[in-house]
Design a protein. Sequence first.
Length: 269
Amino acid sequence: MYRFLLTRQWVILTLVALALIPTMIRLGFWQLHRHEHRVAQNQLIGDSLDAPAVAVDKLTSPGRTVARDDTWRTVTATGTYDTAHEVVVRQRTGSDEQSIGYFVLTPLLLPDDRAVLVNRGWIPAGADLTAFPKVPAAPSGKVTVTGRLKADETTGNSGIKDKQGLPPRQVSLINSEQQAKALSRPVLGGYIELTSSSPKGDKQPQPVPEPNHSDIGPHMAYAVQWWLFSAGVPIGWVVLARRERRDRAAEAAKAAATPEKVPAAATAD
């Protein structure tokens, strides 16, 4: 009845189906893990943003990697901007997520001879990408900044290639260790993503928007889809097998009902 399942075509089809089922199940769990990571990340960001502000040197120090639980914490720092060592970070998008420009990265010199990097915000790119862009002047004198603490960028954690040979005062990554070499002074690990400043200054760069920590993404829906696909494979296999059996049975019945033709020579005899 189902001997056709032993044919080469059906053996291959069955093996493919058996391989697809665990693959789709694993893909579903992969999407589930991505969903759980997204939810945990959103929770971390929300908790950090809601936490009271602390002095930046309470959470980081020179050569130290910002802890994951301290990322996005609101921090404050007081000092004077070192605009002589100000750099711009290339190929960064504005708040519209489409316009390409620069982040303005300015060291803030602290009273204890240390420094902390401050991402003052975004400016559009000019026509000449090899020239240092026109940057809004940082507030002069003593300034108190408030912002979100971020970890140093690396190619590994950001996916951004650290390009070499860039024009003067242009960088690809925001990295305290790299900038410490130019400053010749200790620089706190990580950097501050500026949200407010006192004094504020005139015509400052566009602030980097607060991260979206409410969108959980489509990963859970994708996980359910993969699991439904995995359940659909054996169902589809059964449907195809039953259809094949029905078609073969119909062909056999048709062949049995068709009378055999008698040869013309035998009829003449």
